[in-house]
Design a protein. Sequence first.
Length: 67
Amino acid sequence: KTSVEIMGLLEEIHAKGNTIILVTHEEDISQHAHRIVRMRDGLIEKDYKNEHIITVSANKTPKAQDQ
């Protein structure tokens, strides 16, 4: 739940025109990003645009939004 709340706040900040750089080891969290840079042993392994961005607002049910 806390991760979802934090991602929601970051989405709001991004919507205001700010750039967000997020470092994570969690695959599901990385799916919120517009661009993903995967690293291994300090080197860039893959750098790509995320075609299937997940947003917190899209994941909320109407009941969850009311809370």
